[in-house]
Design a protein around this ligand. Structure first.
Ligand SMILES: CC(C)(COP(=O)(O)OP(=O)(O)OC[C@H]1O[C@@H](n2cnc3c(N)ncnc32)[C@H](O)[C@@H]1OP(=O)(O)O)[C@@H](O)C(=O)NCCC(=O)NCCS
Length: 169
C-alpha cells in the first residue's frame, strides 16, 4: 500500500472530523464519547490545527490515493521545565485501512519530527482495553505503568490507561 505521510491543514478538517467520529463509534479511546457530533469533532480539529500553526504541535495525516486514512499528533507545547519532551496523541487509522502499517508510518514520522525539534523523550498513554499498547511496544516504547479506571470508554464503562515512554534522538 502506497502511504504518504504529511502535515495536514485546515482544508483537511472535514476528513479529520469524519475519521474521529468513526474511530469513536468503533470504540477507540481518543478522549471523546460516542456518538460524537460532527460539529464537535470539527471544532476539536480546527483548534488543534490552529495550535499547530502556532508551532505547538504537528498534526500528521496518512494519505492513500489522496484520501486521509490516518492521523497522529505530536504535542510540542510542553511546560518550560520539559523542553526535551514531546507527547504522542490522537493516533488513529480508519477501520477499513487497519493492519497495513499506517500507524507505524505515522509514528515513525512523528518521531523523526520530534528529534528534528530537539526532543529526546516521548510519552503517551493508551487505553488498557482495546487500545494500542501492542503497537507502541512493537515500536520500542516502554510501559511505565497503568492507572486504573482512568477514563470512560466511548460506549460507557471505565477503563484504565497505560503510560508509555521512549527515548529518541
Ligand atoms: C491502534 C491503531 C492506530 C493501529 O493502526 P494500524 O494502522 O492498524 O496499525 P499498523 O498496521 O501500523 O500496526 C503496526 C504494528 O503494530 C501492531 N498493532 C497495531 N495495533 C495493535 C493493537 N491494538 N494491539 C496489538 N498490536 C497492534 C500491528 O500488528 C503491527 O505489527 P507488525 O508490524 O509487527 O505486524 C488503530 O487500531 C486504531 O485507530 N485504533 C483505534 C484508536 C486508538 O485506540 N488509538 C490509539 C490511541 S492512544
Amino acid at each position: 500500500m502506497d502511504i504518504t505521510i504529511k502535515p495536514v491543514g485546515l482544508e483537511d478538517t472535514a476528513a479529520l472530523a469524519e475519521l474521529l467520529v468513526q474511530t469513536v463509534a468503533a470504540g477507540g479511546s481518543v478522549s471523546f464519547m460516542h456518538p460524537l457530533p460532527p460539529a464537535q469533532a470539527e471544532d476539536f480539529w480546527r483548534s488543534s490545527l490552529e495550535a499547530a500553526a502556532r508551532g505547538g504541535r504537528v498534526v500528521l495525516g496518512a494519505f492513500v490515493t489522496g484520501r486521509l486514512v490516518g492521523t497522529v499528533t505530536l504535542l510540542l507545547d510542553c511546560p518550560p521545565n520539559q523542553p526535551h519532551r514531546g507527547e504522542i496523541a490522537k493516533m488513529m487509522t480508519a477501520v477499513a485501512f487497519r493492519g497495513n502499517g499506517i500507524a507505524r508510518a505515522l509514528l515513525q514520522e512523528a518521531e523523526r519530527r520530534a528529534i528534528a525539534a530537539g526532543r529526546t523523550l516521548l510519552t503517551l498513554d493508551t487505553a488498557e482495553e482495546a487500545g494500542a499498547a501492542g503497537l507502541y511496544e512493537r515500536l520500542g516504547y516502554t510501559k511505565a505503568g497503568v492507572i486504573p479506571d482512568f477514563a470512560l470508554k466511548p460506549h460507557g464503562g471505565l477503563v484504565g490507561t497505560v503510560l508509555f515512554y521512549k527515548r529518541v534522538g
